[in-house]
Design a protein around this ligand. Sequence first.
Ligand code: BGC
Length: 730
Amino acid sequence: MKKVLFTAMFAAACTMVGAQTYLDPNAPVEARVKDALSRMTLHEKVQILHAQSKFTTPGVPRLGIRQLNMADGPHGCRAEIDWNSWGYANWNNDSIVAFPSLTCLASTWNRDLSSVYGHNVSEEFAFRGKDIMLGPGTTIARCPFNGRSFEYMGEDPYLAGEMAVPYIIAAQKNGVACCLKHFFLNNHEVNRMTVNVNVSERAVEEIYLPAFEKCVKQSGLWTMMGSYNKWLNVHCCQNDSLLNGILKKRWGFDGAVISDWGGCHDTWEAATGGLDIEMGSFTNGMTADNSQGYNTYFLADPFEKLLREGKISEDVLNDKAARVLRTIFRTAMNPKKVIGKQCSPDHYAACLKVGEEGVVLLKNEKIKELKNASILPLDASKYNKILVVGDNAVRNMSEGGGSSELKTKFDISPLQGLKAVYGDKIDFAQGYAAGRPMYARVDEVPAETQAKLKAEALEKAKDADLIIFIGGMNKNHQQDCEGGDRLTYELSYGQNELIAELAKIQPNIIAVMYAGNPYATPWLPQVKALLQCWYLGSMSGEALSNIISGKVNPSGKLPITFAKKKDDYPCFQYGEEGYPGVNDQVYYKEGIYVGYRHFDTKKVQPQFPFGFGLSYTTFKYGKPTVKANGENFEVKVSVTNSGSREGKEVVQLYVGDLKCSVDRPVKELKGFEKVSLAPGETKVVEFTITPRDLQFYDEQSHQWKSEPGKFKAYIGASELDIRGAVEFTL
Ligand code: BGC
């Protein structure tokens, strides 16, 4: 032991003689990596490839190379976790701002806001001393039961990729690495650690990879998190085809692949399969809180043994170590890394803005008694007693959800937000109880409690002249939470029945749903308005009340199709083999027909289509034109605010191939722009259709290709609400 130590120190002393490029903040990152690598022993190189605590990896203390500090992600910087266990450390300086969920961000269809989000949230990570934020996520919403949909950006790869790129660029500019999740096919939570996903090559290329690819190529992503599930019967955290083949070789990713916690299962596969950093949950050696078991991790001593025995080449080690060093010099030892801020007014303002733009107005009925005006924005002078009903009106929805749960310093609940605007007119009845957020368990609420709460709400409804129902899901287990999927498409806790009974007493009901997934709306005809709020973070109540009062005109559009009934979703059409799998094998038999591609092409009428969302104003579209420009096509369309108040419209471009030798969706999203228009104002929106936008993935030649012929460019206010179309020929 003594001899080993001395040899290491002697080697170290020798290498310290030359210029210490790796410590020079002005030296290029690659030069720093090369220099650091040349000074490190084999053992030190192995050491930086695995955890030393729940959320850190060691640096190289002897050389002054810093450790990497990580935290979840993606909606804010998670509270400090104990060094060795999953318990919270109970610090009193780690309360932060909860930003809206990523589905909400996707609903804004506003790339600039995504950049604002990435910038502000990463400042909180920087201030807390974090180098890597575990997020964002671009897993495709294949199934409305997925417990983690709220952490992702919807069902369309183009939208998800476009929205994630600005977030990542802005965060990484601050010296905080994003760790994009979960690569890939982690489309549901049931059996997530063991399930193998069987999916066509075409669906992989057209649906499940593009958002990740865009982030790698356009944002210069620094770290990627492998997913728990398997693809090609190999766990994705150690999947050579995925990590070496696609990510590193094909896309040129030069960053580090981090395992999901406990997602690594084998030293050989991890070492040769492209994993760079192993993080753990219950991995070998980590069964007790205080045991320092990290050396038994797969990428620790067992890996070192294979290297020393010459069974794995040192090139493999050097490549991994270089990727980790690159991450350290880009973040922890990046002279441009910002100090950041925590709970600053800017952060709350960003949180509010994203929330306001992400709320989607799904229904807004015209009311006879209001001279045919819509019920929203609310004309408060018409109502004296407004009854707010629902658990979500008062619930802290930053808690729960699994790893993305947050400890906030300050929150405005929906009830507080409404009281701030409508004061004494507001009364409240909980109506139903959802229990405490409990990881992997359900907190049973006694039937008598539910009955009592319901009776109270129905009693109070008799005096109200307007009801605002605030419900949905809540990040409890099986209610939008990691580690479990929902069990039904219906809302839980008797909400459907409660709304129906309230409506019999007072038909003026505005339904407000917080939820990361679509749900059945059997009560839709009985409510006058429906607002889809996702999860709105710390400023939730203010964002909501600004929309209800009309201070802000809603402009969110759905990133996920809301079906009328569960079985309309393609993942449910093939029995358990299609979801959640049988004997740990799941088959994505719908292929590329995910989300609106299915509803549109197979002519299934959704409840609310992809891209849908109402405004308090109206927009008129001109006739679109198309013109060839080199290898591209330019599409132009004018949009006019034809109503009486300022508003924002998301103009959507879909492209369809009119004749093709393979089956293709009727149309696919290939562009969108969010435009802000004053009443009467007109703007021209321009889109460029590139050759890639016309291609499909050909399974015969294993390449993207297009076939000459006629295509159609559709301009829509949603996937179903097409306002104009033009044909062009390739
Ligand atoms: C989740 C990851 C998360 C990690 C650390 C895992 O269970 O799947 O998304 O980043 O835990 O909390």
